[in-house]
Design a binder for this molecule. Structure first.
Ligand code: FAD
Length: 475
């Protein structure tokens, strides 16, 4: 260890603040605390895809990350804070940056995935052993997962009582304003990668044009999106949110995923507009906060079941017999070539725009796991790669919810009928036409499965599972 790493009486202080899923300067408790300490601040983002338990990002997420880090770097420059970019195992990289900079303090906002918490815990121990002050903060969720418990002191497994307990607890703290500039001082010049070096954005082929046309990553745009939604769409939200042809939902999910806007900011902005709302908009506001509640619940469930992306939350579901994987059917689903219009429209929206309307996500997930009898993990992986809001908690949580293996899940025998769903929620076919221009032309394929037959097949597989489960119970 170099002597620079240890705290000496006359060593100038320097704070390193880590950025991870919190790519914003406002309502960023770690950043605000760093600036308040009154020492120069260096910001560090480590692209860590190698530490044990860390899931490498999908392609669409990488595209977003590039754009968002670029916006963050500009915002930090205005505060006099350089953003250092490094790639590798976080624990090692943070130690290196601390040694190179002579930092005396490291701050970060807490994470709740098991792999991420393990990395952070090792970092904390290592830095503290070197005399570096380390503090972590609550920032990413409204309610930290271990603070919400049933009367028996257990985690919640059902959403409604979970959300009631959250709402009956203490009001989430007020969001913090963006800090003023950090003090200038002798900030060492540290080596940094460039975003271009990381190759986060595709070039050959450049499939990201649809993402670029659809999304504007970064904190400033997230804030605009939130204000636009609260002022223009709340009144239509409760009634319109299930209709994929209407764009009345907030479209904040990728901004929330990357922490360009915080749940605390959203919560309090909703409170601020509440007194001025019409009854319909009030209903929309309550429904919208409930959706935010599902985000909280999925983090609660992930914290208590860390292997949510790979393991059935309901362990009895392990005896469900998925047939041998039909790779052609999976490929047709991924590419939006199943011949089932609402499913294909959704999968095309995903491929081109990196998102999919929530109702259609449920329909395509049901189609994959039930009509095609393909394991939910295959679908979860595809979404992880293609969604700009691919979220370590919400994605596996919702896949398991649809498949029937998850917490508070829809029962497996609830098979969405994509034709009836289209009739009900896309009655003018506005969504299907928007995303599936060849629908109704000779280029459009016939269905790869018969909906009624495959539904019966799914129910038979479920019946078989139930029988095997009761046999096991009897043993
Ligand atoms: P709004 O209706 O405006 O909702 C506001 C916010 O609440 C969203 O931005 C999101 O942060 C949160 N939210 C809404 N619904 C849910 C939900 N069911 N679970 C958790 N949070 C929710 N959402 C993700 O953010 N990332 C994912 O990887 C993801 N994967 C999904 C996979 C499947 C199979 C399904 C059925 C749903 C998935 N969702 C995921 C949830 C939901 O579809 C999206 O959050 C929503 O479509 C985003 O659009 P919006 O921001 O306009 O939502």
């Amino acid at each position: 260890m170099s002597t620079q790493n240890t705290l000496h009486g006359n060593q100038p202080e320097l704070t390193v603040v880590l950025f991870r899923d919190d790519l914003r300067v406002a309502d960023n408790p770690a950043l605000s605390a760093a600036v308040e300490h009154g020492a120069p601040v260096v910001a560090l983002y480590v692209l860590d895809e190698v530490s044990p338990g860390i899931r490498p990002l999908g392609g669409a997420s990488k595209w977003w990350l590039h754009e968002s880090l670029s916006a963050l770097a500009s915002a930090l420059t205005e505060l006099g804070i350089p953003l250092v970019l490094r790639v590798g195992p976080a624990q090692q990289i943070i130690a290196e940056v601390v040694a190179e900079s002579g930092a005396t303090r490291v701050l970060w906002n807490r994470r709740y995935g098991a792999g991420e918490m393990a990395v952070d815990s090792l970092c904390k121990d290592q830095l503290r052993a070197q005399g570096i002050a380390v503090t972590s903060f609550h920032a990413t969720v409204l309610f930290e997962p271990w603070t919400v418990q049933t009367g028996a002191g257990k985690p919640y497994s059902v959403f409604t009582p979970f959300w009631r307990a959250c709402r009956n607890g203490a009001e989430p703290r007020l969001p913090l304003p963006a800090p003023g500039p950090a003090v200038s001082g002798q900030t060492p010049t540290l080596a940094t990668d460039t975003l271009e070096q990381w190759n986060l954005q595709p070039s050959r082929p450049n499939w990201a044009q649809g993402l670029r046309d659809t999304w504007a990553p970064g904190e400033a745009r997230a804030w605009e999106r939130l204000q636009d939604f609260l002022h223009n769409d709340l009144a239509g939200y409760a009634a319109g949110r299930d209709f994929p042809g209407e764009q009345v939902t907030s479209r904040l999910s990728p901004h929330l995923r990357w922490g360009e806007v915080s749940a605390h900011q959203i919560w309090h902005e909703v409170s601020a507009v509440r007194p001025h709302l019409s009854p319909a908009a009030l209903e929309g506001a309550t429904k919208f906060l409930t959706e935010l509640g599902w985000r909280e619940f999925s983090w609660h469930v992930l914290f208590h079941s860390p292997n949510l992306a790979s393991t059935n939350w309901r362990s009895d579901f392990d005896s469900f017999m998925w047939p041998e994987l039909d790779r052609d059917a999976l490929a047709a689903w991924c590419r939006g070539r199943t011949g089932v219009p609402l499913v294909d429209a959704g999968m095309r929206e995903l491929l081109k725009h990196g998102t999919m309307h929530n109702r259609v996500r449920m329909v395509v997930a049901s189609f994959l796991t039930k009509n095609l009898l393909i394991d939910w993990r295959e679908g979860e992986r595809w979404f992880w790669d293609t969604l700009v809001d691919a979220d370590p908690a919400a994605n596996p949580f919702n896949w398991q919810w649809v498949a029937g293996s998850g917490a508070d899940a829809a029962p497996y025998f609830r098979v969405f009928n994509p034709e009836l769903q289209a009739k009900k929620f896309d009655p003018q076919n506005a969504y299907i036409r928007r995303h599936l221009p060849e629908w109704g032309t000779p280029d459009y394929p016939d269905p790869i499965v018969d909906l009624a037959d495959s539904r019966r097949g799914a129910l038979a597989a479920y019946q078989d599972f139930k029988e095997r489960r009761s046999e096991q119970d009897l043993r």
